[in-house]
Design a protein around this ligand. Sequence first.
Ligand SMILES: [Cu+2]
Length: 760
Amino acid sequence: MTSSGSRGLLVAVVLLSVLCVALIIGLIVIGVDRSELKDKMAAQGLYSNGKNDWRVTPRTPSVFDTFSEAEIREIKNFMHNQASLNLVPISEATLSSNYIFLIDPLLPPKYDVLSHLSGDRQAPDRRARVTVFKGASTPPTVEEYVVWPIPNVNMFALLNNSAQTKQIPWNSRPMDPVEMTALEKFVRPILGKLRPLLEQSYGYWYGDDCGDKCLRIAYIPRGIESGDRKAIIWFFRNNVDGYYVWPTSLRLLVTCGTNDPNQFVLDSVYYEGISHRTAEEVLDIYITTRQREIRKYPFPPGGATHGSPEARDKKEPQGSPKRPPMQVEPDGRRFQVDGQHVKYMDWEFNFRLRTVNGLQLMDVRFRGERIAYEVSMSDVAVLYSGDAPEGILIQYVDAGFSLGALHFPVVKGYDCPDNAVYFNNTFFDSVSGDAKTHADALCLFEHNTALPVRRHHSMNFFPLQPDLEDPYYYRFSMAGTVLVLRGIATVWNYDYVFDYVFHPNGVIETKVSSTGYIQAFTTRDDSKYGFYIDRDFGITGNLHHHLFNFKIDFDIGGQRNLFETWDLKLDETQRNELIRGRNVAMKQRYMERNLRRTEREALIDYNFNEPKYYVMYNERTNNSNGYPRGYRIYSPNFSKKLFPDGWYFENGVSWARHQLVVTRYKDDEDTSATLWTQGDPYRPVRKFSNFYEDNQAIVNEDLVVWACIGLHHIPVAEDVPVTTTPGKQLSVILAPLNFFDEDPSMTSRDAVVHRYRDEN
Ligand SMILES: [Cu+2]
């Protein structure tokens, strides 16, 4: 066949293909549903439909694996069989019982795991931490046990963690259904007394006959000072979408720091911005003597309110009736999953969802070489302001709510793209006291970022000859694809989307985006703490500060690493070579390497006026240019905490004092967060600043970076009904720095080079 003949055939084939594609697109536009569409695309080879070529079976068991439901039940039964613990199921427990609050996977010591991974020893036992509330003790206590091996558990011992106070105070424990039941019983008669006022003021009350006009109860778990336990019980309008943004102006402050609910004390009744001693006092003022007039609120309108999620104004919807673009994996998935182990391009890692702290990556490798032993979420805080007591006192430290357990099923095809694969979240549920699984709580997907990883079009800056003849005249590009592991934690009103993103050039991003309902408050007047989201109801969204702490346990070329900053400075030199015969004073930036020798020297307070690189490296291993191989850590989202260090509850978020902290690795300092900080942030059981206050040497040691990022949030009208993610994505970026000899994505098959001469 002549060359023109083959070209003709090619044209015909291309035309036919275009026709086929047009036909498919035609079908799409006609409006087949999503699954039909996927089937059709799979038939055309445009979509990998449910083929399990990406999942390896049988999977190898891993030391990093979290627990199955059967394993959780085995641990629970084993503990219940220990007569000395005197445990009862949480469903039968009262405040003066001993019961299991939590069973959480506990990693073996790092160096045992490392020698196992290098083939020098068998896998260390998988272990659990079992948290027991001992209300039957005098005084009541909280104890943590380590339980092993799993499966076939037969050992347990008290867990002593050198990073924590010896005793975990009973009053620092998270609120649980046992205490909530006792509190509900305590506040019920008080609310019964207040009924005439509540009914007249809000049209809602609390009691057996409240029907669809019941107040909904919520709580803030916080003492006023270390050691005490006071709950702010507050009340929301019910039977309305997004009740979080429908608070009433009533709160009860209850002292509940005892294992005997008969000893609970009502401290105050806060109504309409004024604090009263008792329900009787409020009734006397507003009903009996009518010293003050009752503020009568309207009833929330029926149908869509400002909290409801349904589309507004259906007559004029935004956008087009056509569906949004979809991602296609024309040849199937390009990653493999073996249990909780993922392989993607040059990347490899284990993932696990811990009940308290959320998502964690272990043993993160590129081309088989470990870069980090761990990259993980550590804690989340939200610090509020306000006129009312809860505004002043709400300083959430979210690990206390068990962030991992709050990873619920995601909305497939929306929270995660169509091509995602899903993983369950199996955990010990502190509400039921049993193993529980949230199906499809994590998703993993490859994603076309639509941004080339690299590209160039070569150009002649001094064009004297025709470019097209030049063999070195070309353009090239590489399609940007990443692998994303995503988990979404819903902490009451707020939702945090956590992403771990793996790029082909050796970059890892840890990202968090916030969405969900804002926390709403009430106020009587315009406030400097927030704007009204509903003036008629006196409801405001108050300013607050989101803070996130990430842990990066780098192991670059092994465990002996160094941390330095590359400080950008300005020099001034006299140059006489620029203009002959004239001395010119020239200013230039230069870099000054600044090795940080101790933990305190490595406390980084971000300063706009002192730009620098933050660098972790290994001085014993060089790249081909003779520079030590390292990784850079940076973030565009460092955020200034305004509370002074050591002030009141600030001690509970001492990880937010510095934007980067580098500490020497310790098994006991596994995370900056505990279950206990939320309950007593004033004198926390584990105080993060102690991690570095011993000021250990950090030169050629096993080092961990703690990165704190955040976002000041002043809610406005567009935060209703919920806060939206665009513009609220925060990230910490880990980027290779002389780690390779060149951009490692140069081996990628996703790249293309066009040389003009070859094309002509
Ligand atoms: Cu916010």
